[in-house]
Design a protein around this ligand. Structure first.
Ligand code: MCA
Length: 549
């Protein structure tokens, strides 16, 4: 059987096996059909000037796995969390019951910046943008009745990433689940916090030490866990271009790699489970090309610059979230359509994991109904649209290949510029990156003003007043503080002091990996803030414009 696009030939195609009459071929190379009965091979190659590449092969432009979604679907991973641990537990279990196949947890702002629910800075923020976690007890509640050995969990936490990761591990350990069974991702990408997201605590040097300590520790003990999710998403949401999104994320990745190599890590050990996080914005073909180009650039960086030997180190694994900044509060139902197009770009771009925004997210956290529609959007793409039947279906499109080349060239040029001006840390400290993003953001704003970029029905229409929005529980802060006080009264406070003291001493030793000390503290029910305060004392706090804290 020959594909309709290759004139009866299938040179360089794995399906040659079948054509050569070899039996026992993998089922993935079977012919599938469109709804109208047109046969579809698992991959197509054509024009001579377009690289005749397969997926699963360096430099992975077409995808990191040979059969992509024929072998395994992407992880359907809706980012969720609000209120108390038990509120969020109910939402996570609801999503699993609706056939979501992976979890992604949002933490509230106090947790993200290392404060407990009773800190004055936390007032009015407890449980607002994510779940409130003060101690191990909250984490146990969050994952109550969720089989951690079966489901992969992502946690969006950065400055206190190590603390929350240790709480997750301690929760699993209490249930007899071993480190080798746990799979998931911890965001742990502190560098982008300084340029785009804002939830940093300590100066960059100490933050990078904490991040790399966690990466090293996870790589040794948790073979199925991704120890970092290096984000271009937040950079894009802050107003960058697609080229900047990829370039700045890769520049940050190089900082972590360089630091780890300085500490004596072996590149293939460190790099084989690095993961990334990108946006799926509105410009459909550009987004597809961006993902393709990013895979190719990363593979070349790892192989040619870092001399990594293992294919796993060359492969760009990434999560995608549809662009939150493109949602409109007017006629919010239209957001379902926007999200569908963006999600389709992510899938055609070969994402490993996907969050689709809910239609009401420009207004509030999503309700159960709206998140179900967002989830169904992914399921409809996966199960009804037919787009997963062949790998990289846009590969070979003159336009998409042109965009892919253009994005690659732009990213490489920007990475070189950062290198020539002294590297990413310097670029962050001098505000170069922030300025570049601001300029791009301003230009995009001007284009919107001048109507060159459009959001349909973004103005002049009234809010859909039929819509029920998510409301926060007004009593949550009080109950959260009450249970925090109870824990502080009932735990072994001598052990708490001992653990915090051990952590303090270890923090002064630059060679020490701090994770085992954090693990002990977490198991003794030390709070997020108590542990963070140890680091505040030792490392200081970062204030913008004062890199030494
Ligand atoms: C905006 C908001 C905020 O600011 O607050 C946020 O940040 S939200 C941020 C939310 N962030 C996230 O949710 C991040 C999510 N990230 C991730 O899930 C990860 O980092 C990921 C992108 C690498 C995806 O990991 P995953 O476990 O879901 O999926 P993987 O693709 O790694 O697949 C799991 C296993 O199946 C294998 N596998 C996957 N696909 C195939 C295939 N087609 N053929 C053969 N094998 C395959 C993989 O190699 C892997 O095996 P093996 O394990 O053996 O290699």
């Amino acid at each position: 059987m020959s594909g309709p696009h290759n004139g009866g030939k299938s040179e360089g195609n794995i399906s040659d096996n079948k054509h050569n009459g070899i039996k026992n071929h993998p089922k993935e190379i079977d012919i599938l059909y469109t709804n109208s009965g047109i046969p579809i091979e698992f991959i197509y190659n054509k024009k001579s000037h377009i690289p005749n590449t397969l997926s699963g092969v360096y430099p992975y432009t077409r995808g990191i796995h040979p059969y992509m979604y024929r072998s395994k679907l992407w992880s359907v991973r809706q980012y969720s969390g609000f209120g108390s641990a038990s509120d969020s537990n109910a939402r996570l279990r609801y999503l699993l019951n609706q056939r979501q196949n992976a979890l992604s947890v949002a933490f509230d702002l106090p947790t993200q910046i290392g404060y407990d629910s009773d800190h004055p800075f936390a007032e009015g923020e407890v449980g607002n943008v994510g779940v409130a976690i003060d101690t191990l007890q909250d984490m146990e509640m969050l994952f109550n009745n969720i089989p951690l050995e079966k489901v992969s969990t992502s946690m969006t936490i950065n400055a206190p990433a190590a603390i929350l990761f240790c709480m997750y591990v301690a929760t699993a350990e209490k249930r007899g689940i071993s480190p080798t069974q746990l799979s998931g991702t911890i965001q742990n990408d502190i560098l982008k916090e300084y340029v785009a997201r804002g939830t940093y605590i300590y100066p960059p040097k100490a933050s990078i030490r904490l991040a790399t300590n966690l990466i090293t520790y996870i790589n040794i003990h948790f073979p199925k866990f991704h120890p970092i999710s290096i984000s271009g998403y937040h950079i894009r949401e802050a107003g960058s271009t697609a080229i900047q999104e990829v370039a700045f994320a890769f520049a940050n990745a190089k900082v972590y790699l360089d630091e780890a190599l300085k500490q004596g890590e072996i590149v293939d050990h460190f790099a084989q489970r690095l993961s990334f996080f990108f946006s799926a914005d509105n410009d459909f073909f550009e987004e597809v090309a961006k993902f393709r180009a990013a895979r190719r650039i990363w593979a070349k960086i790892m192989k040619e610059h870092y001399h990594a030997k293992m294919p796993k180190s060359w492969q760009l694994r990434f999560h995608t979230q549809t662009a939150g900044s493109r949602l409109t509060s007017h006629e919010p139902d239209n957001n379902i359509v926007r999200v569908t197009i963006q999600a389709l770009a992510a899938v055609l771009g070969g994402t490993q994991s996907l969050h689709t925004n809910s239609k009401d997210e420009a207004l509030a956290l999503p309700t159960e109904d709206s998140v179900r529609i967002a989830l169904r959007t992914q399921q409809i793409i996966a199960e009804e649209s037919g787009v997963i039947k062949t790998v990289d279906p846009l590969g070979g499109s003159y336009f998409v290949e042109y965009l892919t080349d253009e994005i690659e060239a732009g990213v490489v040029k920007l990475l070189d510029e950062i290198e020539q001006t002294g590297g990413m840390i310097k670029a962050i400290e001098t505000g170069f990156i922030q300025r570049e993003i601001n300029v791009a953001s301003y230009q995009s704003f001007r284009q919107t003003e001048e109507k060159k970029q459009k959001a349909v029905a973004s103005e002049g229409f009234s809010l859909d007043n039929q819509m029920t929005l998510h409301e926060n529980n007004p009593l949550l802060e009080k109950t959260q503080i009450h249970s925090l006080n109870e824990i502080k009264l009932n735990r072994d406070n001598l052990l708490v002091s001992l653990c915090l003291d051990n952590l303090r001493k270890a923090s002064y030793d630059e060679q020490a990996n701090l994770i085992p000390f954090i693990m002990e503290a977490v198991k003794a029910y030390c709070t997020v803030e108590e542990i963070s305060n140890v680091f505040r004392t030792v490392f200081g706090e970062f204030k913008e414009g004062n890199p030494n804290g």
